[in-house]
Design a protein around this ligand. Structure first.
Ligand code: R5P
Length: 294
């Protein structure tokens, strides 16, 4: 098997290949003056099983079209099979019709991946796992919450309270608390479907004088986590940190969270950012090793 270093995840791809001792194939890429994407494999892939590592965080549409071109070209150049490891799966949050007439965009993404010739997809903490069942190829999501919790444990946060900033993230708090060994809880959040603004209900949490780590899958505009931090600080929490798998960190998300009282933000390299600290490489290498064993 060869690891294809997708343009959006070159470092991550290299780390995965290094852990597994696999050969890498680099990809030359550029944008034509009109904005179209150009892709060229710089190594031999004919007759090979290939795993393309390519996250689809911002700019989502460019990263997604590069992924589709890579899959189609790999097959066209004779690759035996193509797996895509896509840590952040773009459009996964648009997984239903929230308002009448809306597109279910993740369905379109699934159809495009299939049409390009994808054999198997792995992603990380996809927003809603049920969407993967609708894809017409094997697809699975693995959780990186354990890696984030282990990171905090190694930094002296054993016994810290694990908080989910909304009910959808409750499972992350439960998972993290198993590693941190402290209590856990979650808040209730509502998002305005037209403006995108989030409101979080205040609720009594047993956090007075305690260190708290907030766990979420995505930090986008930072509104969800900032609201949670304010509630925690108001209730007397000691140090508050935010941990997320996919640090999209749009606009002033980082400042918003820090100004609300958080001491730091820790993300993974699912999406390279200035809060990326933890690498997904060991997790994805493990999945790949299991695949190689059959
Ligand atoms: C949505 O439910 C996700 O789990 C995140 O909470 C959300 O995407 C975060 O968005 P933002 O940072 O814009 O509040």
């Amino acid at each position: 098997m060869k690891i294809v270093l997708g343009p959006s995840s070159i470092e991550l791809g290299r780390k995965i290949a290094e852990i597994l001792g696999l050969e890498t194939v680099s990809v030359a890429y550029k944008k034509f003056p009109d904005g179209e994407s150009y892709i060229r494999f710089e190594g031999e892939i004919a007759g090979e099983e290939v795993a393309i590592i390519q996250s689809t965080g911002p700019p989502q549409d460019t990263n997604l079209i590069q992924l589709l071109i890579l899959i189609d070209a790999a097959k066209d150049l004779g690759a035996k099979s193509v797996i895509a490891a896509v840590p952040y799966l773009a459009y996964a949050r648009q997984d239903k019709r929230f308002l009448p007439g809306e597109a279910i965009s993740i369905q379109t993404v699934g159809k495009l991946l299939k049409a390009a010739g994808l054999d198997e997809l792995w992603t990380v903490n996809v927003h809603e796992e049920k969407i993967l069942e609708k894809f017409s190829f094997p697809a699975k999501s693995v959780s990186a919450i354990g890696l984030l919790a282990e990171y905090f444990k190694s930094k002296g946060f054993e016994g810290a309270f694990a908080l989910a900033p909304d009910e959808g993230a409750a499972e992350f708090a439960v998972e993290a608390a198993k590693i941190l060994g402290g209590e856990y809880g979650w808040l209730h959040k509502e998002r305005d479907l037209y403006t995108g603004e989030v409101k979080t209900e205040e609720k009594k949490l047993e956090v007075y004088g305690k260190d708290v780590v907030i766990f979420d899958d995505i930090i986008s505009t930072g509104g969800t986590v900032a609201n949670a931090v304010k509630i925690l600080k108001k209730q007397g929490a000691k140090r508050v940190f935010a941990a997320c798998v996919h640090p999209l960190m749009i606009g002033n998300a980082k400042e918003k969270i820090l100004q609300s009282g958080a001491e730091g933000i820790v993300g993974t390299d699912s999406v390279p950012s200035d809060v990326t600290v933890v690498s997904l490489a060991p997790l994805l290498a493990k999945v790949l090793a299991e695949k190689l064993k059959g």
